[in-house]
Design a protein around this ligand. Structure first.
Ligand code: SF4
Length: 343
């Protein structure tokens, strides 16, 4: 297993192609069939009301703000119906941290979705779970068990940013701590749900701080095996308050290095996602030779990253062509990264 010191040395190495080849060798070992997967799903941001004021976020509005919203159920149902009509298999539903919504609101929403639709509910990042638990006066275990009973299928890794409290203090002072993120994901795995792990880098943190994040994720995975995938992505600065102090976004080379390091460091996590939403389609394609075996979603709707200035678009056919041209077989997957029953 790669050590922390080896990872830091590799990050500083100028041998970009060598790093890519090492990551590609691990990818080949774990995915010898040469399949690269994608999912058709929809991001549904049920509310933009949030109390956390993260400096990298251009999406949130305070409660009572003229641009704040909380989608009624009918709006969410209509979005799900559209998703299914377009061949979608899941929803990624996340929102701000609403100070007034108790667990009953979330249970009712999940139940009414499951009554109407056959759709996978990959919903609520760790800070939202912590918030629901706090607002409802419940333990994390009870919160996650009740949400699971109501229809929650898996948890997204959002809200991790960089799991290092010095970084979090600087960019998301009010949002959940490293320990809270850990507690949510460990509890999620304990109640029998799987989750993804993400990292948003490029806000001025050091490689050592990024490695702290890697160590947290690798340790959880060693203990629980509950992560389906690791998804690193780079901070988008436009329209965010943090963007005024972080003058330079991560370059494609830095993104590819982090992607390759992810593949090399997390041999115990099956899937690494090469993203196109922030790095763009061409970098995403190169990422398939830097350890990535998945390109994420043909996203039908995305509000959070686009609020911060990213507007890359991709159709299913574009993603399939991108995968084929890189020498792989494109396959649609579900939210647990299973490709066997889809085209
Ligand atoms: S990143 Fe999430 S928690 Fe932070 S302000 Fe935006 S919506 Fe709120």
């Amino acid at each position: 297993m790669m050590t922390r010191a080896e990872a830091i040395d590799l990050f500083h190495s100028p041998d970009l192609i060598g790093i890519g080849m090492a990551a590609d060798a691990v990818r080949r070992k774990l995915h010898p069939e040469g399949i690269v997967s994608y999912i058709i799903d929809r991001n549904i941001n049920y509310t933009n009301v949030c109390t956390e004021y993260c400096s990298f976020c251009a999406f949130y509005r305070p409660l009572g703000h003229s641009e704040s919203y909380l989608h009624p159920k009918e709006v969410i149902f209509a979005k799900i119906a559209e998703t299914i009509a377009l061949g979608g298999t899941g929803i990624l539903m996340q929102g701000g941290l609403h100070p007034e919504l108790k667990i009953e609101w979330y249970e009712d929403l999940l139940r009414s979705i499951k009554q109407r639709f056959d759709i996978w509910c990959h919903c609520f990042s760790a800070p939202e779970i912590t918030n629901i638990a706090k607002v409802s006066g419940l333990s994390l275990y009870d919160t996650l068990s009740r949400l699971k009973d109501a229809g929650l299928d898996s948890l997204p890794g959002g809200g991790a940013e960089v799991l290092d409290d010095e970084v979090r203090q600087r960019i998301s002072r009010l949002k959940c701590t490293t320990q809270e993120w850990i507690d949510v994901h460990r509890t999620c795995h304990k109640v029998g749900l799987r989750s993804t792990a993400t990292m948003m880098f490029g806000t001025g943190e050091t490689i050592e701080q990024r490695m702290n994040h890697f160590d947290v994720v690798r340790k959880i995975q060693e203990d629980t095996g509950g992560f389906t995938a690791f998804i690193p992505w780079a901070f988008q600065r436009e329209y965010t308050s943090l963007g005024r102090s972080v003058k330079e976004e991560a370059t494609a080379v830095e993104y590819l290095k982090m992607l390759a390091l992810s593949r090399l460091y997390f041999e115990n996590i099956e899937n690494i996602q090469s993203s196109w939403v922030t790095p763009g389609l061409k970098t995403c394609q190169l990422g398939l030779r830097f350890g990535g075996n998945d390109v994420g979603s043909v996203m039908i709707e995305e509000n959070v990253v686009s609020a911060a200035g990213t507007h890359h678009q991709a159709t299913e056919e574009e993603l399939r062509r991108l995968i084929r041209d890189a020498g792989f077989i494109p396959k649609q997957r579900d939210s647990l990264y299973r490709t066997y029953y889809l085209n």
